[in-house]
Design a protein around this ligand. Structure first.
Ligand code: ADP
Length: 269
């Protein structure tokens, strides 16, 4: 039987230069594509974030608030366009390296309900995996049955696809070494959490906002909240720094790598 899929998420902070509008990190994209090639995982699905492509446009037009006034409509199109152009770069690089791949546009696959995915037909994704074609998806604008439209984040896609496809593992590539006790970019005393189990992860989520306890903020908070349902299903996750060479390769190969391993029942180290 074919092995269970691996879901690899490449963060927007990795594939783009987050502080420079519409600027891809071409060097990182090329390196990561080579890491994917050399790791040669049997069943792999790739999801990427928006970074300086999708986020600024979505923010400008307040897409997450849903349809409030007609001036947002153009923003809906432009956010999608921004993501398509980033996706094309990633797809082109994968194909240049001889990796069979195909983009699945999330907005033509999913309608959300108040920002949450209710239904997703995974038949096409499964078929591609069977043919050993790597499906590539990304955070996208989607139609929403309550709000008119919404954002479907790459992180929400990661978890839902992992559950629906019965994935073996999730690898999240971000721009810091893993999950820390607080935001390492702000707090110099933040320490890396190398292993964490489901209960600990939930506790971390509950403690958000309290002082002097592990704190998850910004992009990391959303990631943790999205990851929880997948971890509950017994899918393991590893968060690694994809800005540093070879971490994604090692994670894909199942080799030892600096990062955070999240398992349902693991003892916390
Ligand atoms: P991406 O867009 O690449 O998916 P984000 O930028 O949304 O990722 O989230 C990663 C960022 O989350 C890190 O760069 C870090 O600054 C921030 N962050 C906040 N809290 C934490 C934490 N407890 N541990 C690790 N990173 C954190």
């Amino acid at each position: 039987m074919r092995s269970k899929p691996t879901i690899l998420k490449l963060g927007g902070s990795v594939v783009t230069k987050k502080e420079k509008l519409f600027t891809p990190n071409k060097r990182a994209i090329t390196r990561l594509v080579k890491e994917i090639k050399f790791a040669s995982v049997e069943s792999l699905l790739v999801i990427h974030g928006g970074g300086s492509f999708g986020h600024p446009v979505a923010k400008k037009y307040r897409i997450t608030e849903g349809f409030k006034d007609p001036s947002q409509i153009m923003g809906f199109s432009k956010t999608h366009q921004a993501m398509v152009s980033l996706n094309k770069l990633i797809l082109d690089t994968l194909i240049q390296e001889g990796i069979p791949t195909m983009t699945i546009q999330p907005s033509s696959l999913v309608i959300t309900d108040n920002g949450r995915m209710q239904h997703m037909d995974i038949k096409i994704v499964s078929r591609l995996l069977e043919l050993e074609i790597i499906p590539v998806l990304y955070g996208d604008v989607v139609l929403d049955s309550v709000q008119g439209f919404s954002i479907l984040s790459g992180d929400q896609l990661v978890s839902s696809l992992a559950i629906k496809l019965g994935a073996d593992r999730i690898i999240l590539g971000i721009d810091v070494d893993g999950l820390y006790t607080s935001d390492p970019k702000i707090d110099p005393s933040a320490s890396l959490i190398q292993h964490i189990n489901l209960q600990e992860l939930k506790n971390l989520q509950y403690k958000i906002g309290e002082a002097k306890v592990p704190d998850v903020t910004g992009g990391m908070r959303g990631k943790i909240l999205e990851l929880i349902p997948a971890i509950e299903q017994g899918i393991k996750a590893i968060i690694v720094n994809a800005v540093k060479p070879n971490n994604v390769y090692r994670a894909l190969k199942g080799e030892k790598v600096i990062g955070t391993i999240i398992k349902k029942g693991d003892k916390v180290a």
